[in-house]
Design a protein around this ligand. Sequence first.
Ligand code: ZN
Length: 320
Amino acid sequence: MKRDRILGIHHVTAISRDPQENLNFYTGILGLRLVKISVNQDDPTAYHFFYADEQGTPGTDITFFIYPNASKGVTGAGQVKEVSLNIPSESIDYWLQRLQRYGVRFRGPRRTDDGLAIDLEDPDGLNLRLIGRSDIENIAKPWRKGPVPREHAIRGLFGVLISVDSCRHSGWFLEEVLGFRKIYEGPSRHRYVADDGGPSKIIDVECTDTSPGSIGYGSVHHVAWRVKDPETQIMYREKLEKLGFYVTPVIDRKWFRSIYFREPGYVLYEIATDGPGFQIDEPPEELGTKLVLPEWLEDRREAIERSLPKINIPNPENWR
Ligand code: ZN
């Protein structure tokens, strides 16, 4: 691992329209730990939920903006088409049974080059894939008190699949600007890896001639890439600017610092720092137990709380 590189996926953020369904699915059924309940810092009328492993490790995090009035996202060019998650390869049967038990529709298991894969959709229609892997021990620390036994728990993100109208341009960007390596080139799909490759460092780029998609519920809003520290982030920011890409200033998200920009295929990327992390404002055992706001929104807490839909955080005991 070299410090001055992109180290893999930091998190993926998608859109959901029903906070309770989203909570039940990701923490109840999938057994991820809700590590932060907050609001969209750019629009505090919307919840922002963060699900991850026990400690909120970068690379294990999938987050949602909740917009009850959103329209359905449309898949097409310029979109993330699928998000895949790691499960232990011996846990395929466990997951087939678990999904069946909770009435989640799925396809598979199917043999793929990455391992046995189960395809499913979340309640908003977001495409997810569970991939059985044997090389994921160090990626995530499963949630001890979660509803899924530790040996079967999801171990963070495997990768993302983006759909763009030009594999050449989006691939150039990954290689030349972000420093990824191309490890596979098929007729309509290329694979790139960050850092030394492997689960949580993978992006597949699919060339499509479909029309542009649009963001809505069931679609991914952005993919965030990890860097070790603010210096590396600044380096990428300067590089992007020099090449003429529009890039936001560094934004302090409290749990990490972020910059945002669009790659040539219009997919929104973020580069986020590993630190300070989700434990900066809540002790490890209390992560995700109450609404947390950044300081600059604290004086509006009452109004924000009033405007947000009521939720019940699922009790893991009820989802065993
Ligand atoms: Zn983000």
